[in-house]
Design a protein around this ligand. Structure first.
Ligand SMILES: Cc1cc2nc3c(=O)[nH]c(=O)nc-3n(C[C@H](O)[C@H](O)[C@H](O)COP(=O)(O)OP(=O)(O)OC[C@H]3O[C@@H](n4cnc5c(N)ncnc54)[C@H](O)[C@@H]3O)c2cc1C
Length: 384
């Protein structure tokens, strides 16, 4: 691809994801949010179309696509439901960590069922006392023969309780990032339990729970890579994860924009369509422009990650901040254009606004994205 156009294959991939999203996700999204329903069967249908292991290698059932392809898919899925799209994104991130850092036996053991989404995966980094400062995590993994014994708690884990596979960052060594390792913990392991499903502002179509380890014995054979590279694995996963979350914001915002554009051409006030007022036309023009700017930049960051460019991490952080801030602002303006009706659940706009708000917080807050960019400009400040 060139920087500004998609190949025929990429257009076909995006159209496939968009049709799936319009037919299978969009008609149910408001109800799933109200009922807090996690649509596992529909996600398996997405996986049957290749969206459970988008950038996973083909020998274990993946689709072998790139990061730009993934961005197109997640934007299209999020047009139907940002929450379901975002969970599929987290699942893909976990599968990639296993594919990239796992030994061949580990890849073959876990990835085929993850790619088909027969098994679901959760990413476990955050702890009650370690969010933005993730390298301060305290969940202990103490070696005992062929096992690690885990004690500690992960907080805010998407999919927890339902997922079969937990990719967990644990402390096996000294304080700081170099004492962290990554373990795969299977659901059903004695000593693994879950907190209550959190009550949240949005993202209601997927569960969020604490993941608790109490004397939980995990085989050493479940470690990804050597001891001490867990933080590196976690951060590498997030480069792509951040692009995907950014793409989910663009998809949610595009859906909200499309609804607002249609509504503005139907709704009448002061004897005219509200779309005839120039103030509103300028608002629509700015929304369309800002979405396009964010999308163009996200594609640039995705291409950099595909090419393993040296500045890929910085570009992914920049793109995550821009796409999630823009996505939220555009969705919020789309609500405003709907007037009071935008505030009613039936119109589906307030749900998008609630869903997109958390994208500015998770996978690194947008302040953390600025920290990553600033480190490249002025160096790492003490404590950061
Ligand atoms: C719905 C939901 C789902 C989630 N899913 C997952 C998941 O699946 N797996 C997972 O591991 N985590 C998950 N998270 C956790 C999420 O990644 C964290 O909430 C996030 O990283 C922020 O951590 P914190 O909440 O502890 O906030 P804190 O780190 O306590 O930050 C509080 C505020 O201080 C700011 N701040 C902190 N340090 C600095 C600094 N140095 N400079 C400037 N500002 C700073 C932050 O930006 C933020 O505004 C999820 C969270 C939510 C809400």
């Amino acid at each position: 691809m060139t920087a500004f156009s998609l190949s025929e294959d990429q257009i076909a991939i995006r159209d496939m994801a968009a049709s799936f999203s319009a037919e299978t996700l969009a008609p149910h999204a408001v109800r799933w949010d109200e009922e807090k329903h996690f649509p596992v069967e529909e996600m398996r249908q997405a996986a049957a179309l290749g969206m459970g292991g988008i950038y996973i290698t083909e020998d274990v059932g993946g689709s072998g696509l790139g990061r730009l392809d993934a961005a197109l898919i997640f934007e299209a899925l999020a047009m139907g439901c940002p929450t379901v799209a975002a969970y599929i994104s987290i699942h893909n991130m976990c599968a990639w960590m296993i594919d990239r850092y796992g030994a061949d036996e580990q890849r073959k053991a876990w990835l085929p069922k993850l790619c088909s989404m027969e098994h679901l995966a959760s990413y476990c980094l955050t702890e009650p006392g370690a969010g933005s400062d993730a390298a301060a995590l305290k969940t202990k993994a103490v070696r005992d023969g062929d096992h690690y014994v885990l004690d500690g708690q992960k907080q805010f884990i998407s999919g927890a309780g339902v997922s079969d596979i937990y990719v967990v960052m644990v402390r096996t060594g000294e304080a700081g990032p170099s004492g962290i390792s990554t373990l795969v913990v299977e659901n059903g392991t004695p000593g693994l339990s879950f907190g209550a499903n959190e009550k949240k502002m949005g993202w209601n179509a997927q569960p969020t729970r604490a993941v608790i380890f109490e004397n939980c014995r995990v085989p050493v054979a479940n470690r990804l890579g050597p001891e001490g590279i867990g933080f590196k694995i976690a951060m590498a996963g997030l480069d792509g994860g951040r692009l995907n979350i950014g793409a989910c914001s663009l998809g949610g915002a595009q859906a909200a924009f499309d609804k607002a554009l249609a509504y503005a051409q139907e709704r009448k006030a002061f004897g005219a369509r509200i779309a005839d007022f120039q103030a509103l036309q300028f608002k629509l023009a700015d929304m369309a422009t800002e979405l396009e700017m964010a999308r163009t930049f996200l594609w640039r960051a995705a291409s950099a990650l595909d090419e393993t460019a040296p500045d890929a991490t910085k570009l992914c952080a920049m793109a995550k901040r821009v796409a999630t801030d823009t996505g939220f602002e555009v969705a919020n303006q789309a609500l405003q254009i709907h007037g009071g009706y935008g505030y009613l659940a039936d119109y589906g706009i307030e749900k998008i606004v609630r869903d997109l708000r958390v994208h500015q917080i998770l996978e690194g807050t947008n302040e953390v994205m600025r920290m990553i960019v600033a480190r490249g400009l002025v160096g790492r400040a003490k404590g950061n």
